[in-house]
Every structure is written in structure tokens, then in C-alpha cells.
Ligand binder design. Structure first.
Ligand code: CP
Length: 301
């Protein structure tokens, strides 16, 4: 079975650091054409702007070509074809498959039947490992290190796949985690138990103001309407946090605000003009990191 990236734990610490190093090379010179002749399938069963377009841009910068779909409604999925059959078919056409899917665990189902590497571009509330790698690249660029940082994760920690993946990678760098959320959206127990087993410090909290002045990274997240079955519950928590520029008076000089985006109100636009806003650059970093991941899984770097 070819090596895939479904969970961030599929990559060792050494592999993660290798990807970050190669991404740096690609950022210095983004016109690479060594994948000419390769075909990459980008299959998006769930909406995306950054992940899909940065993957497609990455494929083009590497000289390969893209096939795929941004919306599965025009595919044979609408006739009842299973995910397994779809992936077996696409394996015949492409050298690597990038897939986003709304169901947790769909990435592993795809990797189990594919004859080519599969990259999980987000599966339900489970994992978003390529987001984690670009988040780590962004942290390294802004902090100069990955080690011993205080990371405050805010918002939807229950359904937020980006924070789940980030914990499973950053624990290896002795992070101190603050989990800031309303009661309804707390970090699932399985991730807290994971950190307990690794001996990593964390604190759960409800107020965004409490650790702002100590933390290195404030990792904001959106409350994701699409993950709620109860709209009353969504309406109760959707406006729980709103970060404003006026709250940033005493933060560390190196402090950065990250967000996987899209945002829907949890970061006021007046924050965009502060030196602490890094979410747009963070999304830009995604293309270089995804170039590095594709190159690595195809055995080129
Ligand atoms: N960060 C992220 O996954 O964004 P998209 O949903 O736009 O791909």
C-alpha cells in the first residue's frame, strides 16, 4: 500500500520537519516543474476555498496536471456510487488523490482501497493534517522555533478538525495548550487523554481575555454551522467570541493570531490591521507546504 497522509500521526517528527524544510525551499523558488507528466486528482465532496485552490496551485507549480471536482453533485456519487468504488476508479487515472469529505474516517476508507497515495484534505470533524503542516510552517516562520510555545485554541474545539490535528503534532514540541471554548464546544475527552498520556500541560478555559498576554499563538476557529444537528444549540454558541483590536494592548511583541479560515465574525476586521494578524499569510503558506507534501509522497523530495 503506498504511503498516504490521513492523520498527522502518519508522519513522524522527522518527516514533519522535512516537509517544513522543503516548503521553505519552495517558498524561495516556487516555479518547480519536476512533476511534469503526473496527474493529481482533487476530489472535494465538501466546500473549500483555500485547501482546494492551494492544492491545485501547488500541482500547477510542480508542473503536474489536475483532474477532479469541487462538488460531488455532478459525479456518479449522485447515482449512488460508493466512496470505495469512486476511489478505485480514480486510482486508475491519477498518480495521487487529494480528498475532502464531510464524514469522519472517510480519508482512511479511501486510503484502504486506493492504489495511489491519498492526502486527507479534511474529513468531517476528524483530521486536517495538511492544515496542521501549514500551521506549523506558519508558527516556525513567525516564532523562529516550534519548541516550548503557549498555544491558545479558541472556539469550536469539539468539531474543529484543525485543532485536533494540531494538538497531535505540536505535543512533540512541548507546547503548553490553553483550550478556550464554551461548555458545549469543549475539546473532546479523547484529545485530553492523549495529552495526559504524553504528560503535556493544558488548561481549559472559557474567557478569551485570560491568557492573551502570555500566549505566543492565538489559534481562533469558526463555530461550524454545518457540524450541528441542533440549530438552537448553534445559535446559542455562534457569537460566543469576538476578538477585537482593543483587546490586544498588552500582548507579546511576537504574538500572532492564526485562523484556518473562513471566519464568520469571531475576528473583527479591525484586527486585520494590527501586526498580530497572521491568518492571510498563513493561508498563503499553504501552497508551499502542499507542494512539499505532494513531492514527498510521490518520492521526489
Ligand atoms: N482552512 C480550510 O480548510 O479552508 P477551506 O475550507 O476554504 O479549504
Amino acid at each position: 500500500m503506498p504511503k498516504s497522509l490521513i492523520s498527522i500521526q502518519d508522519f513522524s517528527k522527522e518527516e514533519i520537519l522535512h516537509i517544513l524544510e522543503v516548503a521553505k525551499e519552495f517558498e524561495a523558488n516556487r516555479e518547480q516543474n519536476f512533476l511534469a507528466g503526473k496527474v493529481i486528482a482533487c476530489l472535494f465532496f465538501e466546500p473549500s476555498t483555500r485547501t482546494r485552490l492551494s492544492f491545485e496551485a501547488a500541482v500547477n507549480r510542480l508542473g503536474a496536471r489536475v483532474i477532479g471536482f469541487p462538488d460531488s453533485r455532478n459525479t456518479s456519487v449522485s447515482k449512488g456510487e460508493t466512496l470505495e468504488d469512486t476511489i478505485k476508479i480514480v486510482s486508475n487515472y491519477a498518480d495521487l488523490i487529494v480528498m475532502r469529505h464531510p464524514v469522519s474516517g472517510a480519508g482512511q476508507i479511501a486510503a484502504d482501497v486506493a492504489s495511489v497515495p491519498v492526502i486527507n484534505a479534511g474529513d468531517g470533524a476528524n483530521q486536517h493534517p495538511t492544515q496542521t503542516l501549514l500551521d506549523m510552517y506558519s508558527i516556525l516562520k513567525t516564532q523562529g522555533t516550534l519548541d516550548n510555545l503557549m498555544i491558545n485554541m479558541v472556539g469550536d474545539l469539539k468539531y474543529g478538525r484543525t485543532v485536533h490535528s494540531l494538538i497531535e503534532a505540536m505535543y512533540q514540541f512541548n507546547s503548553k495548550f490553553i483550550f478556550t471554548s464554551p461548555e458545549e464546544l469543549k475539546m473532546p475527552k479523547k484529545y485530553l487523554e492523549f495529552l495526559d498520556a504524553k504528560g503535556i500541560n493544558y488548561e481549559e478555559n472559557e474567557r478569551i481575555e485570560d491568557h492573551l498576554n502570555e500566549c505566543d499563538i492565538l489559534y481562533m476557529t469558526r463555530v461550524q454551522q454545518e457540524r450541528f444537528s441542533d440549530m438552537d444549540e448553534y445559535n446559542r454558541v455562534k457569537d460566543f467570541y469576538k476578538l477585537e483590536a482593543s483587546m490586544l494592548g498588552n500582548v507579546k511583541p511576537s504574538f500572532k493570531i492564526m485562523h484556518p479560515l473562513p471566519r464568520v465574525g469571531e475576528i473583527s476586521t479591525d484586527v486585520d490591521d494590527t501586526p498580530y494578524a497572521y491568518y492571510f499569510q498563513q493561508a498563503g503558506n499553504g501552497m508551499y507546504v502542499r507542494m512539499a507534501i505532494i513531492s514527498y509522497l510521490l518520492g521526489y523530495r
